[in-house]
Design a protein around this ligand. Structure first.
Ligand code: 13P
Length: 334
């Protein structure tokens, strides 16, 4: 079982490939569709995701796709299960299994991600539907004036991530462990560094206590960036240097790969930052992308809900995926 897990984890971070995060919950996909004037119906969600799964990007640049519960059960217009489209492209289907970040009692302004109850049974069902990896996202906000984040919230979220990861491995599913430090707010880059360091140290401590096999997981962290509203923004070189430094000090080298979230960065920033990190070289793990917005903003805009725009949207998605593939190889240039 361990060999099987390790092989999937390695395939997820194969050279020049990365993960498409297409697991927007019903609420989040509605927000994205609102922005392009498309109604969020089951059919529109299916049509949109089907166009991505049938694009050229899939065979060349996308090692795996994170799906939402609705999508893993959906069929394409011609009746083919969407999971089969992903598999036929040589990509791996995955599934978001957390139930979302909920207000944490006694911790105003902080959240705890829920979804552990009954997870063993749900994982079994998702395995039978074709999922070979899963995702759980913990959300850590920064508001230093309010003492956020707190020890209690970081500890609880790291513990939940580790319990989830252990349950996944028991079910022969590779866990993507995602502790996201948000880039909302006006904090500076060094505050992001310090909080991310604390969160990653705590997460790997909890993974150790829950006996999670580090060779059979993928880490999905934020990059080290200043808050979006910070007065001083950072250069690509500074983001790359600080992100690699924090990862080297916190992530054991047996972890096969690190696949970043884009977190609200522009498409080009997300690509440039990844490329700069890979170009630094001498890294013990693979670095790649597990982007949602930075892969999908362009195709969503090109599609705008119209059948006649499908080819244009597929080309836009393939282009972003290609640029990120080059970045994961350290071969991108602006
Ligand atoms: P973004 O790249 O849009 O941050 O989404 C990635 C993701 O899966 C967040 O959980």
């Amino acid at each position: 079982m361990t060999a099987e897990l390790d092989a999937i984890a390695q395939k997820m971070v194969a050279d020049g490939k990365g993960i498409l995060a297409a697991d927007e919950s019903s609420g989040t996909i509605k927000k994205r569709f609102d922005a392009i004037g498309v109604e969020s119906t089951e059919e529109n969600r299916r049509d949109y995701r089907e166009l991505m799964f049938r694009s050229e990007a899939m065979t060349k640049y996308i090692s795996g796709v994170i799906l939402y519960e609705e999508t893993i059960r959906q069929k394409a217009k011609d009746g083919t299960p969407l999971v089969s489209l992903i598999e036929q492209a040589g990509s791996i289907p995955g599934i978001k299994v957390d139930a979302g970040a909920k207000p944490q009692p006694a911790f105003p302004g902080e959240t705890i991600t829920e979804g552990l109850d009954g997870l063993a049974g749900r994982l079994k069902e998702f395995y039978d539907l074709g999922a070979r990896f899963a995702k759980w996202r913990a959300v850590i906000d920064i508001d230093t004036a309010k003492g956020i984040p707190s020890y209690g919230s970081i500890r609880a979220n790291a513990h939940a991530l580790a319990r989830y990861a252990a349950l996944c491995q028991e079910a022969k599913i590779v866990p993507i462990v995602e502790p996201e430090v948000l880039m909302d707010g006006s904090h500076d880059i060094d505050t992001c560094y310090q909080v991310t360091e604390w969160v990653l140290k705590t997460t790997f401590e909890e993974l150790y206590y829950q006996r999670v096999r580090l060779e059979g997981m993928v880490l999905k962290p934020n990059m080290i960036v200043p808050g979006k509203k910070a007065a001083k923004q950072a250069s690509v070189a500074e983001v790359a240097e600080k992100t690699v430094r924090v990862l080297k000090s916190c992530v054991p080298s047996v972890v096969p790969g690190i696949a970043f979230l884009s977190g609200g960065q522009s498409d080009e920033d997300a690509t440039a930052h990844l490329d700069a990190m890979v170009k630094l070289g001498g890294l013990p793990w693979k670095l790649t992308y597990s982007y949602g917005r930075a892969l999908q903003a362009a195709p969503q805009k090109a599609w705008a809900g119209k059948a006649e725009n499908v080819a244009k949207a597929q080309a836009a998605f393939t282009h972003r995926a290609h640029m990120n593939s080059l970045a994961a190889l350290g071969q991108w240039s602006s």
